[in-house]
Design a protein around this ligand. Sequence first.
Ligand code: HSO
Ligand code: ZN
Length: 441
Amino acid sequence: MISRIDLRGDAFPVNGIDRDLLPRAELDVEAALEKVRPICDDVHHRGTAALIDYAERFDGVRIERVRVPAEALTRALKELDPAVRAALEESIRRARLVHREQRRTDTTVQVVPGGTVTERWVPVERVGLYVPGGRSVYPSSVIMNVVPAQEAGVGSMAVASPPQADFGGLPHPTILAACALLGVDEVYAAGGAQAVAMFAYGTDECRAANMVTGPGNIWVAAAKRLLKGRIGIDAEAGPTEIAVLADHTADPVHVAADLISQAEHDPLAASVLVTDSEELASAVEKELEAQVAATKHIEDRIVPALGGRQSGIVLVDGIEQGLAVVDAYAAEHLEIQTENAAEVAARVRNAGAIFVGPYAPVSLGDYAAGSNHVLPTGGCACHSSGLSVQSFLRGIHVVDYTREALAEVAGHVVTLAEAEDLPAHGAAVKARFDWKVPDGK
Ligand code: HSO
Ligand code: ZN
């Protein structure tokens, strides 16, 4: 069910790995742009009325208003299964422990006596957090969005998640309960591109946000691309990916289970095993057959995900080559199941998150490691990081110079202004002195 790509021997590219050689889903966000543009424009102009129409069209439910009433949040928390509540609380506790340490402290550098530059970290004022609710209803994603925003000190935040026909047009009750547990009281029943537009433009019910974060389907990704600039975004999330770098010491039962765990998300999810062990590859193939047969979501997600061109077993000559492959792939999640796993993990340059050794499966990170599960997909891990406190902060440079400190460097400023043919820049400095600056220029 999963294909093999053999990069051993002469097949390994001498000039390094080309990303196109590796399995990956094709996601045409560009094509989706044309579809989401009119939806976003409509929300811009008609606000709540447009959101209500789209709820009917895309979510199959007629709603009266988009804002979720406070009683619905309270009720959802009261009715939440106690075991789920305990698990969510532990997940929140661990996420807080990790994210709290990501807070930044302001730094001040004295460049010269009397001349300082401070980097002051200021949270984004208002954020919109998107939580999907189509094929997947993930209360864990509420935690992964809300905790870093709260720990960053964001003052105002709202969650949007699609209205569910089965729940009277409200978002899924476990999503509402997770919001209530986290103390988020502003929640909207809005999904897809229209939810992103609601946050970007604001409506009579929902004040516009400065930034929108969170995973979502291709329509959410397209709306984020379209509205980026007007709002800040985290990343355009694509389907989930797992890569496992494993050698002969890895347990094929674990490896297969982990590959299946992420294939369970989506028919476009990617599961990639990179190994130098032919025996492991064969054992994992056998395990996949056995384990897939015993799981849920077989035909609709797991079989197409594992059998798709985005998944595969990549055979390499050794861990060195394996590292080159996983760096080129830049997986959202990367597991290292090799001898000396921590040392191998330390050499990885590109991954959204790295899971080290036999007891750190990706599912742990999805729910309760303390790490964040909103991570860069589609190879974006070579330039971006997952959601963190940093995602919600801006570093403002505060420049504070005395007359003497400015005088000391004025000649250089004027020189550079003249070199760039911008004499008014220089004049702004000269105006502060009876020009002739001290160095005589
Ligand atoms: N693996 C997904 C997150 C998730 N898993 C939510 C389960 N629930 C993307 O990182
Ligand atoms: Zn997952």
